[in-house]
Design a protein around this ligand. Structure first.
Ligand SMILES: *[C@@H]1O[C@H](CO)[C@@H](O)[C@H](O)[C@H]1NC(C)=O
Ligand SMILES: *[C@@H]1O[C@H](CO)[C@@H](O)[C@H](O)[C@H]1NC(C)=O
Length: 422
C-alpha cells in the first residue's frame, strides 16, 4: 500500500502538470509582457477607437453583462458593470482579506445615450457587505422590470443577491439574499430564466479557511485540482418564500478553477472557463432540464476569466496573460497587469483538417499561435491586447456587433471599463 501510494502520487502530479503545461509555461513561467503592445485592437487603432468610462469609484471592475432592453422591434444592449474600489483590501479569490467595510458599486451604461450612471441600491440591508463579482440580468420587455443576480463576496461567506431593476430608473430594488451550503465560492452566473441560473464555484478550498486559507487555495490552483464545479439553481419566484432555493444540482463537476460561464444564443451550448488550465470547456445543454454534457475543450493563451457569447455565436474570452503580475497588483506590489481578449468562433464545416493552421491569429503583436496549438473546432482571434499601460488586467470582454462595440472590464484598472468602437 505504502509503495503503491508513493509511486502513485508523483505519477498523478506529473499527469496534472503535463495537462496544465501550456498554462504554466505561458502565464506563469514565461513573462509575455515585453512582447505585448501598449494597445492593440483588432478592428483599428486602439488609441483613437477606445476610451474608458470615467467616474469616481468606477474602478477595479470584475464583470460586465448585457442587459437587453426590448421595446417593440428595438433592442438596446445596455451594459451592467460590477466594480469594487476596495478590491485591494478585500478579494476573497486572490487576497488580501483586510477590510470588507467599503461597498462596491454597480453601474449601467447606455450605448445609445453614451451615458453611464451608478445604480442606487434601494432597500439594501444596513450592515450587509457588498462586494459584487459575477452579475447577470434578465432581459426587459416593453419596459418591464428585470430580475438581476449578483455574486457578493461578503465577509463571512459568499452570497448571491437578488434585485429587480427597471429600464426607466437608475435604481435596483433589493429582493433577497440567497445562501446555500453549496455556495462555497460562487464566481460567475448565467441565467436560464428570470428565476434560475448556472453558478460556478471557483474553488472548494477558500481563503476564508483559518490557518490553511493561505496555502490550500493556492495549492488547488497550482496543482489544477479539478475540484470546482458549476451548478444549476432554481428559485421559488415568490420573494417571501421561506426556502428560496427550490433545487440545486451539479451541472458540470470536476473543473479546475471554474470561472466564467455563458449560454450560447441558441441556448443549446454552455461555455465554462477553467482559469488554472487556461482552457474553455464546452458543454451540450438540454434547455428543458438544464443538464450539461461535456463536449470539447479549447486552449487559449492566457489564464481565462469571464466568457460571453456574442450574437453571432463567437465566445469572447477575457483573461490574464501573466498571473504572477496580476498577483503582484493584488498585493499592491505592481501597478498594472497585462490584458488579452480573444474570440473563439466555431469553424464552419468543410474546412479541411489538413490545411496549414500554424499561422493563425498572425496579424497581432503577440499572436496566439506562439502560445497554443491550433484550436480543434474553433478559430481563435485576438480582439484586444495590452501590456497593462493602456488598459490593465482584463477580466471580461463583451462584443455588441450591431452597435459596433467591444467592452473590456479591468479587475484592477483605475478606470474600470474600456469602450471601443469596432
Ligand atoms: C418581464 O416580461 C417577461 C416576458 O413576458 C417575463 O418573462 C419576465 O418575467 C417579466 N419580468 C418581471 C420582473 O416581471
Ligand atoms: C432533455 O431531457 C429530456 C428529459 O430527460 C428529454 O426528454 C429530452 O429529449 C432532452 N432533450 C434533448 C435535446 O436532449
Amino acid at each position: 500500500m505504502m509503495r503503491f501510494s508513493r509511486a502513485l502520487i508523483p505519477a498523478l502530479l506529473a499527469a496534472w502538470l503535463y495537462r496544465g503545461r501550456h498554462s504554466f509555461l505561458n502565464s506563469i513561467f514565461t513573462n509575455p509582457i515585453p512582447h505585448l503592445p501598449d494597445a492593440y485592437l483588432y478592428s483599428g487603432d486602439a488609441l483613437s477607437s477606445c476610451e474608458t468610462l470615467k467616474a469616481p469609484d468606477l474602478k477595479y471592475c470584475e464583470d460586465i453583462t448585457f442587459w437587453d432592453v426590448h421595446n417593440g422591434d428595438n433592442t438596446e444592449k445596455r451594459l451592467i458593470i460590477t466594480c469594487d474600489a476596495g478590491r485591494k483590501e478585500w478579494n476573497t479569490v486572490m487576497g488580501p482579506l483586510q477590510n470588507p467595510e467599503p461597498h462596491g458599486s454597480l453601474w449601467v451604461y447606455s450605448p445609445s445615450e453614451d451615458k453611464h450612471v451608478r445604480i442606487v441600491l434601494d432597500n439594501y440591508p444596513a450592515g450587509h457587505d457588498f462586494h459584487p463579482l459575477g452579475i447577470e440580468v434578465y432581459p426587459s420587455y416593453s419596459g418591464n422590470a428585470s430580475n438581476m443576480y449578483v455574486v457578493n463576496h461578503a465577509r463571512d461567506r459568499t452570497t448571491i443577491e437578488q434585485f429587480v431593476i427597471s429600464p426607466s430608473s437608475p435604481s435596483a430594488k433589493y429582493v433577497r439574499t440567497l445562501t446555500s451550503p453549496w455556495f462555497i465560492a460562487p464566481n460567475a452566473l448565467a441565467l436560464t430564466s428570470p428565476d434560475s441560473f448556472y453558478v460556478t464555484n471557483d474553488h472548494v478550498m477558500t481563503r476564508r479557511l483559518s490557518y490553511v486559507g493561505h496555502v490550500l487555495p493556492l495549492a488547488e490552483t497550482l496543482l489544477t485540482l479539478p475540484l470546482s464545479f458549476a451548478a444549476h439553481v432554481t428559485l421559488d419566484p415568490n420573494p417571501a418564500s421561506e426556502s428560496p432555493i427550490v433545487s440545486h444540482s451539479i451541472a458540470a463537476p470536476f473543473i479546475p478553477f471554474a470561472n466564467g460561464v455563458s449560454i450560447s444564443p441558441s441556448g443549446d451550448e454552455v461555455a465554462i472557463a477553467s482559469t488554472s488550465l487556461s482552457q474553455i470547456f464546452f458543454y451540450e445543454r438540454n434547455a428543458t432540464t438544464n443538464e450539461l454534457k461535456y463536449k470539447s475543450m479549447e486552449k487559449v493563451p492566457f489564464t481565462t476569466d469571464n466568457v460571453n457569447y456574442d450574437e453571432s455565436g463567437a465566445l469572447i474570452v477575457g483573461g490574464h496573460p501573466h498571473f504572477p503580475t496580476l498577483a503582484s497588483v493584488a498585493a499592491k506590489k505592481a501597478d498594472v497587469a497585462p490584458s488579452w481578449v480573444v474570440a473563439l468562433t466555431p469553424r464552419t464545416l468543410g474546412e479541411s483538417e489538413s490545411e496549414s493552421r500554424t499561422e493563425f491569429d498572425s496579424s497581432v503583436p503577440l499572436p496566439a499561435h506562439q502560445k497554443v496549438p491550433p484550436p480543434k473546432n474553433y478559430e481563435i482571434q485576438t480582439l484586444f491586447q495590452s501590456n497593462g499601460n493602456f488598459f490593465s488586467s482584463s477580466s471580461t470582454g463583451l462584443r455588441d456587433l450591431k452597435a459596433g462595440k467591444l467592452y473590456v472590464a479591468g479587475l484592477y484598472a483605475d478606470e474600470g471599463v474600456l469602450v471601443c468602437k469596432v
